[in-house]
Design a protein around this ligand. Structure first.
Ligand SMILES: Nc1ncnc2c1ncn2[C@@H]1O[C@H](COP(=O)(O)OP(=O)(O)O)[C@@H](O)[C@H]1O
Ligand SMILES: [Mg+2]
Length: 258
């Protein structure tokens, strides 16, 4: 099982949209996928068609050791993947875990128990570099960084890269950057082009070739509890996430051969 943390401490950059739609697209490409909602807002849970107000147990209970991870897994009908759901309870984990033993390792240990069941686990991170995000980065093999090509976007990314370095030296030496994903991309914008060029200068082929265009279908789909690939399979958004899944699978394949 490959574990990807989808992270960026900035909110509204497309983390959850990427988590839900990449999960569904990997399933469409024949992969077994677990989506982990690690944001107390529970947007990935709702976007997967599971009502966060009706879940008795979520990832919070797993992190606190109150419930076995196997018992918390739910199936998303619309996405055809498994989900570890979240709701507001999770906001308390930050405080309640402060004195906990191995508090950074809770998610890693939980996912370890599921690793024979899936090809991929995607972790939808909160918009912060807090203990939840540290749990995600400690559990992950690699980080996917969704970002909008705007002013200051690069500064935010370099804070994240510094955090990744720290996690690598202290908690998780194998942590890599899987790739940087340009989201809500407007091909006609000069600024987007410039930031895009800078990004490629800094990160080279870590920048995915696939870009996710701004597409209203992607913004509408969550209110139906569906990935865009189900909500509107012919939309640009759906095509883009299928292309991303393909690109990621190809990259992993070439890495294996090298
Ligand atoms: N490519 C896109 N095109 C149009 N709207 C998008 C796109 N990606 C995300 N959105 C919308 O932008 C908002 C923020 O995206 P979201 O994935 O929730 O970001 P994050 O999880 O990083 O906070 C949401 O309302 C979402 O529906
Ligand atoms: Mg989110």
């Amino acid at each position: 099982m490959k574990i990807f943390a989808i992270a960026n401490q900035k909110g509204g950059v497309g983390k959850t949209t990427t988590a839900v739609n990449l999960a569904a697209s990997l399933v469409a490409a024949g992969q077994k996928v677990l989506l982990v909602d690690l944001d107390p807002q529970g947007n990935a849970t709702m976007g997967s068609g599971i009502n966060k107000r009706e879940i008795a147990h979520g990832i919070y209970h797993v992190l606190l050791g109150l419930k076995e991870v196997e018992k918390v897994v739910r199936f998303s009908e619309s996405g055809q993947y498994d989900l570890l759901p979240a709701n507001r309870d999770l906001a308390g984990a930050e405080v309640e875990l402060v004195d906990g033993v191995g508090r950074e390792m809770r998610l890693r240990n939980a996912l370890e128990k599921l690793k024979s069941r899936y090809d991929f686990a995607l972790i939808d991170c909160p918009p912060a570099l807090n203990l939840l995000a540290v749990n995600a980065l400690t559990a992950a093999d690699a980080v996917m960084i969704p970002m909008q090509c705007e002013y200051y976007a690069l500064e935010g990314v370099s804070d994240l890269v510094n955090t990744i370095r720290k996690i690598r030296s202290k908690l998780n030496p194998r942590l890599e950057i899987q790739g940087l994903l340009r989201t809500m991309y407007n091909t006609n914008s000069t600024l987007a082009q410039q930031v895009s060029d800078q990004l490629k200068n800094h990160f080279g082929d870590k920048v995915y070739d696939t870009v996710i265009p701004r597409n209203v279908r992607l913004a509408e789909a969550p209110s139906y509890g569906q990935p865009v690939t189900v909500y509107d399979a012919t939309s640009k958004g759906a095509h883009a996430y299928h292309a991303l899944a393909k690109e990621i699978l190809q990259r992993l394949n070439t890495q294996k051969k090298e």
